[in-house]
Design a protein. Structure first.
Length: 113
């Protein structure tokens, strides 16, 4: 499985940004796709997940601001991030779960105050 995330970017506080991640290769074994992030000097943390059977799950900081969705036809998971805060500045990683876990390359999101 290969995961290719879209480019992140620079956004002002209060703004929005949408990330996408396309899965390719042997994707039949994927059970879920989602996102993690790693801020400078911090450990990587869970953001959101979209299981194949539905029932999304979010980290507390993401609830109400971030929305994860999945386009089955495009094998793409999206992360819509609204009301961004400087604390959301991080490298965001796409992840897939299944027979084994795979990670995307990471994409930098910078939120300026």
């Amino acid at each position: 499985v290969q995961l290719q995330a879209s480019r992140g970017g620079l956004v002002q506080a209060g703004g929005s940004l949408r990330l996408s991640c396309v899965a390719s290769g042997t994707i039949s074994g994927i059970d879920a796709m989602g996102w993690y992030r790693q801020a400078p000097g911090k450990q990587r943390e869970f953001v959101a997940v979209f299981p194949n059977g539905g029932g999304t799950n979010y980290a507390d900081f993401a609830k109400g601001r971030f929305t994860i969705s999945y386009d089955n036809a495009k094998n793409t998971v999206y992360l819509q991030m609204n009301t961004l805060e400087p604390e959301d500045t991080a490298v965001y990683y796409c992840k897939s779960w299944g027979t084994r876990a795979y990670w995307g390359q990471g994409t930098l999101v910078t939120v300026s105050s």
